[in-house]
Design a protein around this ligand. Structure first.
Ligand SMILES: Nc1ncnc2c1ncn2[C@@H]1O[C@H](COP(=O)(O)OP(=O)(O)OP(=O)(O)O)[C@@H](O)[C@H]1O
Ligand SMILES: [Mg+2]
Length: 268
């Protein structure tokens, strides 16, 4: 697979290690995450979630019987000591990892037992992620990186490009769209990663220490940008952070410690 093929939108999934069967399924049968009528309106509901890593004879229990409900529009910060399982929880919510037991519902649909193809389609449509590392493709331009989720979804390259330009404008980097991602500064790369997370119009933004690799001033700028975008786009957000000041700007702050989630700062 040549870079030119990817730029032209030909099988963009392969180089991104996207399961081609998943991609085919996605293109053939658009997923509808149906809402079962008459029950709860939470965007996410987690019931008795457990994650246990087995190593040799011993079990490492990260959490068990974890319950959490997040309503559409909630801004949730998750804080807690290193190793308490914050990233693990985000990975499970994103469907990037499977729980040992328990259930995660997204709009009342159980996503813990979806076939991989449906899960990939769900992630592409519903979830935007921003990680501590930007995970951009350094040899590709900023614009091409932002186009990628749309190309994976099967959007025509010209349309993907025009939508990418709109989001690049939102992160105030439209002037740098033709620069290779690897040539941009850390803060600029994170802004591109934010644009890539938002270009496909997700309902849920997951951010795992998005300012963790940046100096204080750049981190503050990225946090402000994220806060502004999630307000403007009415995104439900789960932000994992060690920065209490950032956490306190969310409407819910939860602490993950000893395998349980506790409301912090008297917010709940
Ligand atoms: N694949 C794995 N196999 C075994 N143990 C794992 C695996 N992935 C994570 N862990 C362990 O699970 C625990 C929780 O990890 P996790 O990365 O979720 O913590 P965290 O709260 O995000 O920490 P930090 O604040 O440092 O990012 C850690 O003790 C980690 O070593
Ligand atoms: Mg982590």
């Amino acid at each position: 697979m040549e870079q030119e093929d990817i730029r032209a939108g030909k099988n963009p999934g392969r180089d991104l290690e996207i399961d081609s069967e998943a991609l085919k399924c996605r293109l053939a049968t658009p997923t509808q995450i149906a809402t079962e009528p008459g029950i709860r309106t939470d965007l996410i509901r987690i019931e008795k979630l457990a994650k246990v890593y087995r190593s040799g004879d011993s079990d490492l229990v990260i959490f068990h019987e974890l319950d959490l409900s997040i309503a559409a529009g909630d801004q949730v910060a998750i804080i807690g000591p290193s190793g308490s399982g914050k990233s693990t929880l985000l990975h499970l919510i994103a469907g990037l990892d499977s729980p040992t037991s328990g259930t995660i519902y997204y709009r009342n649909k159980n996503i813990t037992n979806l076939p991989e193809a449906e899960l990939s389609a769900f992630r592409n449509r519903e979830i935007g992620y921003v990680w501590q590392q930007h995970h951009l493709l350094p040899e590709f331009t900023a614009e091409e990186n932002v186009m990628m989720p749309l190309l994976i979804r099967g959007v025509a390259p010209a349309k993907a490009r025009s939508e990418a330009l709109v989001v690049l404008e939102e992160v105030e980097l439209s002037a740098r769209g033709h620069h290779r991602a690897g040539e941009l500064s850390g803060g600029e790369q994170q802004r591109i990663a934010i644009a890539r997370a938002l270009v496909a119009g997700p309902s849920l933004l997951l951010a795992d220490e998005p300012t963790g690799n940046l100096d204080g001033r750049t981190g503050e700028m990225i946090f402000r940008l994220l806060a502004d975008l999630r307000r403007r786009r009415r995104l439900t957000t789960i932000l994992v952070t060690h920065n209490l000041q950032f956490a306190r700007e969310c409407n819910r702050v939860l602490k993950l410690e000893g395998g349980a989630l506790y409301p912090e700062l008297g917010q709940e």
